[in-house]
Design a protein around this ligand. Structure first.
Ligand SMILES: [Zn+2]
Length: 112
């Protein structure tokens, strides 16, 4: 388990991403579409399992609009979306793993 905690959480200027500054100073930018796609709640996980790895969900604008971010104790944040979906609890370890994954994929993809 990681001991890092979010020091600051805010929306990016274009409102299409969530920026988390961790207690060690590293900054992670999460595209909202990725956060929604990787929603860890039981409903979304079951949905993904049922439809398979190659299923690409189509989200409405509301499904990709973040309404609120709530701190869940000292281990996770809860994301509340404009379409009413609010069961996704993203624990810090999950967010940090996602951050590493984003950094990796950015390195692998040559910039245009
Ligand atoms: Zn979900």
């Amino acid at each position: 388990m990681s001991h890092l905690t979010p020091y600051r959480i805010r929306l990016t200027e274009d409102r299409k991403g969530l920026e988390i500054t961790w207690s060690d100073g590293q900054v992670c930018r999460y595209p909202l579409v990725l956060l929604r796609k990787r929603c860890p709640c039981a409903t979304c996980q079951a949905d993904k399992k049922e439809k398979g790895d190659f299923y690409i969900p189509l989200f409405t604008a509301d499904a990709l609009t973040l309404k609120d971010v709530k701190q869940q104790g000292h281990y996770a944040v809860q994301l509340i979306w404009a379409d009413g979906h609010h069961t996704g609890i993203y624990d810090y370890a999950y967010l940090l793993a996602l951050c590493a994954e984003i950094a990796r994929s950015e390195k692998d993809t040559p910039s245009p």
